[in-house]
Design a protein around this ligand. Sequence first.
Ligand SMILES: Nc1nc2c(ncn2[C@@H]2O[C@H](COP(=O)(O)OP(=O)(O)OP(=O)(O)O)[C@@H](O)[C@H]2O)c(=O)[nH]1
Ligand SMILES: [Mg+2]
Length: 425
Amino acid sequence: MVICPDVRGERYDLDAASRLAEAEGLALAIGVEIADTETLVVREIKPNTFFGSGQVADIATRCEQSEIELVIVDSALSPIQQRNLEETLKRKVIDRTGLILEIFGERAQTAEGRLQVELAHLDYQQSRLVRSWTHLERQRGGYGFLGGPGETQIEADRRLIRTRMARLRKELEQVRKTRGLHRERRERAPWPVVSLVGYTNAGKSTLFNRLTGAEVMAEDLLFATLDPTMRAISLPGVEKVILSDTVGFISDLPTQLVAAFRATLEEVLSADVICHVRDMANPSADAQNTQVLSVLRDLGVIDDSEDRDGEGPAIVEVWNKIDQLPPDERGELTDAASERDDVAAISAVTGEGVDSLLDLLSAKLTAQAKSYDIELPATAGRRIAWLHAHGEVLSEENVSDGEGTPCVKMTVRLNPKEWGQFETL
Ligand SMILES: Nc1nc2c(ncn2[C@@H]2O[C@H](COP(=O)(O)OP(=O)(O)OP(=O)(O)O)[C@@H](O)[C@H]2O)c(=O)[nH]1
Ligand SMILES: [Mg+2]
């Protein structure tokens, strides 16, 4: 059973129907069968059970009727609320964070992904143990008896969790170091990186597959992709570009997960161009956009301050799934997109608009190039040849420096990545 609480006085980005649909999508993503769904208006959150007693009784009846095994509450439950609901309903109850952690646990494939998820999971469990422990203590004072694990057991569990978390952090650091080496090697290669980001189910993997001919899992499933995937593609006028597909965003992403995935996300977001893929056929497209932008802002990718000076990646919006729109809306969107130099309206499924997206990307990548005045000794043949091969040489003249050594003075257009690589030559 999937329950979407509508708490009075709470401000939600999405309307109740969209939130319930999203919660159902999350439930399906762990492969459960949904027997019953409900949006419940909660006038006032009850500290012990979240829902009012009448509502809990109603949920219990429906659980019996439909032989429900798992109750998903699309909200954050306190450990006490979760425990009490489980006891009353005699069924497993999980909240939104627990559910998303489950999905991530099933999807993580790389060593790093698995470590990150386990760390997030333990962090979540740890907070539950700590708080239910204080709860138990209070109960003991009142009734003098206890069900469930005693204090020493919980203490031991906490210690175990802490030890395991410390070990995971070490392993994670090791994995990242190794990956850091790979990345360095990649950075030295003169290839710009374009990464696809966006709300879960926006169509990132579908677009990735279309552009690369890869077969990354693309499904009507929330969080189909978890680990970043990279492939090389070529763009008009840009010989080689690394395209990366990433984990999708969602509203109220558990803080434990944001923390755990921060390193991966930051790496992906250190791209030259970020493609924000949006599902324009989704009624919640605007709210999803707000969510994604706020994550990008949190990660420091978008910086609203004035003195940014063109630093950081260019951001391009991909208005996807236009094939699903009625003709008039679709016309309006494609018109609006063609007015802007940072938007492409496409369908990743039919391929419509994809060529103009590629043109847009290559324009963004070449626009990042700057002119550099470079003076090299005439004997630096290899570096001079490199500049001819990778940059656009605007001028070149033979001069001599103060001591009369023959030099070559060049003005060359290079993008930031190429300049970085040139300096390491
Ligand atoms: N009609 C239509 N469907 C699309 C389009 N692009 C993607 N889809 C569908 O949308 C669903 C989600 O696509 P994915 O590519 O898996 O989405 P994603 O952004 O990678 O999702 P996560 O990995 O879960 O974050 C799939 O069923 C796709 O077939 C499109 O342009 N038109
Ligand atoms: Mg995907």
